[in-house]
Design a protein. Structure first.
Length: 167
C-alpha cells in the first residue's frame, strides 16, 4: 500500500482491498439514515465482474455497505431528473458526467431482489461527489422487484457497466 491508496475492509473483503484515494466518493448530503458516514468506495461483488451489482462500501465502517446497481440494466425507461439545486451541490455542469445507481435489497433467491427507485444515488464522475436524491415520481417505489433478464443480456450490460464504474 502506498500514500495514494487506502485499505478498505468489508464483510465481502475481510482482509481489505486497496482503493485509490482519488476514487473515494464523498456524499455531500448523506445517505438517508446514515448521517455519520459520507465517504464510500465502489467495490466489485465478485472478482469475475460478471454480475450487475456492486458494493458501495463505507471507508470508515467496514460493517456499513450497500449493494447497488445501475437501474438502466433492469429498467430501460428509468430516468432521474437532477434538479438545478442538486446539480449545484454536485458541481455538475454536464449531466453526461453523472452516473446513477440505486440501492438493492438482496435475498438468497435473486428473483426476490428489489431496488429503491425513489432514492437514486447520483455521482459526479469528475469530482467523485455524490448525493442521494428523493424522487417524487408515483411510478417509482422504494422496493421495486427486479425483472428477470437473460444471461446474454446481463453479460452485455455488464461490459457497459464495468466501463462506468472504472471512475
Amino acid at each position: 500500500m502506498n500514500s495514494e491508496t487506502i485499505l478498505v475492509k468489508s464483510k465481502y473483503y475481510p482482509d481489505g482491498v486497496e482503493v485509490e484515494k482519488v476514487k473515494i466518493i464523498e456524499f455531500l448530503k448523506p445517505i438517508l439514515g446514515f448521517n455519520d458516514y459520507r465517504k464510500f468506495c465502489i467495490l466489485n461483488v465478485d472478482k469475475e465482474k460478471n454480475i450487475p451489482f456492486f458494493i458501495l462500501q463505507s471507508v470508515d465502517n467496514e460493517k456499513l455497505c450497500f449493494i447497488i446497481t445501475d437501474p438502466n440494466t433492469f429498467f430501460n425507461d428509468y430516468s432521474v431528473p437532477v434538479t438545478k439545486e442538486e446539480k449545484e451541490i454536485l458541481g455538475l455542469q454536464d449531466e453526461s458526467k453523472a452516473i446513477i445507481f440505486v440501492i438493492a435489497s438482496m435475498t438468497a433467491d435473486i428473483t426476490n431482489a428489489t431496488v429503491n427507485l425513489k432514492g437514486p444515488i447520483v455521482i459526479n464522475t469528475l469530482t467523485h461527489k455524490a448525493i442521494q436524491c428523493v424522487l417524487i415520481n408515483e411510478n417509482y417505489t422504494t422496493n421495486q422487484k427486479l425483472p428477470i433478464i437473460k444471461k446474454s443480456e446481463t453479460e452485455q450490460k455488464m461490459k457497459q457497466e464495468q466501463k462506468k464504474t472504472d471512475l
